[in-house]
Ligand binder design. Structure first.
Ligand SMILES: Cc1cc2nc3c(=O)[nH]c(=O)nc-3n(C[C@H](O)[C@H](O)[C@H](O)COP(=O)(O)O)c2cc1C
Length: 280
């Protein structure tokens, strides 16, 4: 079934079957025989970009940090931190903020997720060790797992979120603004707030499972027709969002066309090394 059969605007799927259809814009082999509220929250995800000015309660902040800390963490290292930046009345989130933060400032809470080796480095340095084991890319993954746990927890409480990768366009400026120590990098921001019910936010369909689920070994030649079907699924969604780009594959091509298309993130590794990370 094509996604064009579904009304996107502000529609809230009510049954597990509806939620799955909405997620793919078509029927998929997933069964709803096993179902619970955790799955309902996860499958209902959509990024929210318009919020009410209602503040996020302090109790919620502590609860979702606990959810973030419950994420798995390699060797128990917990190499991440989060900076909570509040912008009362939906105003500017940070004084003198660089464009990526200011552009997304209409939200009650902005969480900045930090890949944080500084705490671990201090511990090892105090014991006379180099801490060379931190110098690997793996250290950057842990903030991601924590942030996504927090996102799921926030959405389960009826709050909306949106990752803001743009802060990586200006890692040094963001680091300075937030007073980050050496070897602490803002990996991404996350806007948080109560969704404005006047602005419908739709679930964005994902690739069919035939393109992402491999069995026993990677299938090098996925069914091409399924990619074309996904393009067909995305076209009405994109049009509904006011996007002129037809289909998903053309978005992919334009997003990764060349290094400048990354808007500064193509020099991220150099900048991160200048900030003190060794990254091997
Ligand atoms: C690491 C990361 C960075 C992102 N950065 C931005 C951003 O800077 N601005 C924005 O509007 N959305 C951003 N997003 C949200 C994506 O655009 C969104 O997740 C994607 O289009 C899928 O839509 P959905 O989250 O509603 O399912 C980001 C998402 C991720 C995971």
């Amino acid at each position: 079934m094509s996604i064009s059969r579904f009304a996107f605007a502000a529609e809230t799927a009510s049954t597990p079957v509806d939620l799955l259809r909405q997620r793919y814009g078509s029927d998929q082999p997933a069964s709803t025989a096993e179902w619970n509220t955790a799955l309902e929250a996860i499958l209902s995800h959509r990024s929210v970009r318009t919020y009410l000015s209602k503040p996020v309660p302090e109790s919620v902040l502590h609860l979702i940090v606990a959810a973030a800390q419950s994420a798995p963490t390699s060797s128990g290292l917990q190499a991440w931190s989060v900076v909570a930046v509040e912008a009362p009345n939906g105003g500017k989130s940070l004084p003198n903020s660089p464009p990526p933060i200011r552009r997304s400032s209409r939200h009650p809470l902005f969480l900045v997720w930090i890949a944080d080796l500084s705490r671990l480095r201090k511990i090892t340095t105090e014991q006379g060790k180099t801490g060379e084991g931190f110098d690997y890319l793996e250290s950057f993954l842990l903030a991601t797992l924590a942030a996504q746990n927090a996102l799921v927890a926030l959405e389960s409480l009826g709050l909306g979120t949106c990752y803001i990768g743009g802060i990586r366009n200006h890692p040094a400026e963001v680091g300075e603004l937030l007073g980050l120590p050496p070897e602490a990098l803002a990996v991404f921001g996350m806007t948080v707030g109560y969704p404005d019910p006047a602005v419908g936010t739709e679930v964005k369909p994902r690739l069919p499972q035939s393109l992402v689920l491999h069995r026993e070994q990677y299938q090098a030649a996925p069914p091409e027709a399924d990619l074309a079907t996904y393009d067909d699924t995305m076209r009405p969604f994109q049009t509904g969002q006011g996007m002129a780009v037809p289909g998903w594959t053309s978005v992919v091509v334009s997003r990764i066309a060349d290094a400048p298309a990354l808007k500064g993130r193509h020099v991220l590794l150099d900048v991160v090394r200048r900030m003190g990370f060794k990254v091997k």
